[in-house]
Design a protein around this ligand. Sequence first.
Ligand code: FAD
Length: 402
Amino acid sequence: MSARHGADGTETTHRVLVLGAGYAGMSAAVQLGARVGRRRDVQVTLVNAQELFTERLRLHMTATGQEVAGLSIPELLEGTGARFVRGWVTAVDADARTVRIDDDRVLHYDTLVYGLGGVADLSAVPGAEEYAHTLNSVEDAEVLADRLARLGSGTVVIGGSGLTGVESAAEIAERYPRLNVVLLGRREPGAAMTPKAGAYLRAALDRLGVVVRSGVEVVKVLPDAVELAGGERVPADAVLWTSGTRVSPLAAAAGLTVDERGRVVTDAALRSVSHPQVYAVGDAAAIRQGYGVMHGTCQGGMPTGVHAAVSIVRALKGKQPRPFRFGYYHTPVSLGRGDAVVQFTRPDDSPRRMHLTGRVAARYKEAVSAAPWPTYGRMKKVPASGAVWPRGGRFTRNGAVR
Ligand SMILES: Cc1cc2nc3c(=O)[nH]c(=O)nc-3n(C[C@H](O)[C@H](O)[C@H](O)COP(=O)(O)OP(=O)(O)OC[C@H]3O[C@@H](n4cnc5c(N)ncnc54)[C@H](O)[C@@H]3O)c2cc1C
């Protein structure tokens, strides 16, 4: 990759377009802006639906009426040379190298960074689209907050016993002790942790009064209940759906190679295997490591964004990108505001013996949730500061870029 040349041989601008200002896309845009955004032959543009950064890690707090900071994306980009375009991406044409915004604007790119994230999958269960709340966006979380505040008493059912379901159940039970909170899921909450850490998590839910029913399958969401496989109905005044993830259909529609969940399949350097001028990052990408395909997290998403940016800068210099390597190191789970469990993990995300609980863990979780924004600020000044993350050691040592 190098700067484009016009018909008369003069150098023209290389246009890098970053789609999605989530944890991964912001990392890419800030890195690129800080490293090359002020160059005349490179233009970096970040596109996102909202002007305020969505702190997904805090959406369960928003959903329970707690104030979270309003973090302005254009303000953060100030001084980097990267520009911000607010809008909804409606189509990507990977052959023409264009992106359509709000169906009325077209942006051209030479290199694309695709980071549109993922949301809870409501399509798998009939009635979920119509009757269940989600934490898919700040707006959705605010709608749930409004509903919970007006309920007074009654039952809130949470579908999905993964970490988002657990964090939401604990938060709702703590903020609204008069509500019955029922957590439904196939697996026991905390099943991926060590027995001791998992037991702590379940005891905390118990203390908060959350009724946990694992080993169940929700087959239908109704206006006032959820139906389980076998026909049992669990009455519900409000339902929050946290199970499964779905990504934007835009990548598949653009003809990019995607996996069975619609995520962009990447090579070792995070480029689309079908369209190497497209990098895919964060939850929207299917990134294979030595231990398997990465699952969506902020801890892994931010490094993917930084790596894509560094690779693009290398390519602009005519150098080959390096393979991406990442190993997990923790699973922090909040259990209300004063309690949490932090399970430390091996690079393949299997649990180590060590874990934290209680107030120390709650402070750790808060530090993790608060970290991204100052990290972007530091990256603006010292881009290399963003390029520090656990590479996964022997778990990810599998050779060069394919
Ligand atoms: C309650 C909760 C708690 C969590 N806790 C943790 C945790 O403790 N640790 C952890 O590692 N992970 C956690 N996660 C998961 C983490 O939030 C995600 O893995 C992370 O947000 C993925 O980052 P991303 O940049 O890929 O996507 P996102 O953060 O989802 O960002 C995608 C961006 O793209 C924008 N977008 C999407 N489609 C379009 C479009 N068509 N046009 C324009 N813009 C668009 C969205 O508005 C958004 O700004 C949690 C998630 C939730 C919901």
